[in-house]
Design a protein around this ligand. Structure first.
Ligand SMILES: [Ca+2]
Ligand SMILES: [Ca+2]
Ligand SMILES: [Ca+2]
Ligand SMILES: [Ca+2]
Length: 305
């Protein structure tokens, strides 16, 4: 596993338990309280048992993250345009048939509006809906898909051209491959390497603030996180910010303290406690617990945009 450094293991073992008893910075706490409130209100209002929040992105171009819903029974998609903690409009752009799943969001054509990435693992097909608010634009369409041992592991802008790109992960070899996208066209890319099979890609984010997305790996056997700092599809640095104790799982990445570098939100799947690691590159610079969100409430996709 060449780009991975095995450092920092002991840091986390100390940082995490200490963080758990410490109060988080106010802004962070507010964000998570807002997050919990939004998810609670949204699910109550929609009344969709079995529905899931798939992701957040700015679908109407107002620079505020919106909430994308996908109803796992029936395939209906809904978008809530968010303004702070309020849903200020929205609607349903349509429905998907069986076996289609939302595997990511991002602005794949660079028009400032978030788009929806779909994958059908039966048909081995990939489709992008280019969105304008709740309208699916006619330019939407499919792209050639790799063989079925590959799955979409994440999205992000890895080459910094303003258009979202796709990370694929090979379940047999552990290899990651990045496709640089322009709409539904693959305009370049490459493989940053492979990780041992016990590692999974659990997130992307710009962990060092250079305007290009990086990859977050997680070893579910050991709890270890590893970050690959990337320039395009090339690993330019990284390391391990540490490991989390058993029961903690990564739920999302986002820039919680607004320093331009992505951070990691953990949740204890046993008692619902949330823990944030503030990162600078692959190093934990601070952390804390904003509180707990009891099961079955699960943070899914708010971010600090
Ligand atoms: Ca777009
Ligand atoms: Ca890009
Ligand atoms: Ca970066
Ligand atoms: Ca940050």
């Amino acid at each position: 596993m060449r780009p991975i450094e095995r450092t920092g293991l002991r840091i986390a073992a100390m940082v995490l338990p200490r963080m758990r008893g410490r109060s988080a910075p106010c802004g962070m706490r507010l964000l998570l309280v807002a997050l919990a409130a939004i998810v609670a209100v949204a699910i109550t209002a929609l009344g969709w048992p079995g529905s899931a929040v798939a992701a957040s992105h700015d679908f109407n171009g107002d620079h505020k993250s919106d909430i994308l819903w996908f109803r796992s029974v029936g395939g209906e998609v809904a978008i809530w345009f968010m303004n702070g903690t309020s849903a200020a409009g929205g609607g349903s752009p349509g429905s998907a048939s069986n076996n289609w799943a939302i595997v990511g969001t991002g602005d794949f054509n660079g028009d400032g509006y978030g788009d929806i990435l779909w994958y059908n693992n039966t048909l081995v097909q990939t489709v992008i809906w280019f969105m304008n608010g709740t309208t699916v634009l006619p330019t939407s369409g499919s792209l050639s898909s790799p063989p079925s041992e590959w799955s979409v592991a994440g999205t992000g802008d890895f080459n910094g051209d303003g258009m979202a790109d796709i990370v694929w992960w090979n379940i047999d070899t552990g290899q990651a491959v990045i496709w640089f996208m322009n709409g539904t066209s693959v305009i370049g890319g490459g493989s940053p390497g492979s990780a041992p099979l016990e590692f999974r890609i659990v997130g992307t984010g710009d962990f060092n603030g250079d305007g290009r997305s990086d990859i977050l790996w997680y070893n579910s056997n050991t709890g270890q996180l590893v970050i690959w700092l990337l320039n395009g599809a090339s690993v330019i640095g990284g390391g391990s910010p540490g490991s989390a104790p058993i029961f903690y799982t990564v739920v999302l990445t986002g820039d919680f303290n607004g320093d331009g570098m992505s951070d990691v939100l953990w949740q204890n799947t046993s008692n619902g406690q949330l823990v944030i690691w503030l990162l600078n590159g692959a190093s934990v610079i601070a952390g804390g617990s904003p509180g707990s969100v009891a099961f079955p409430w699960l943070p899914q996709g708010m971010n600090a945009d």
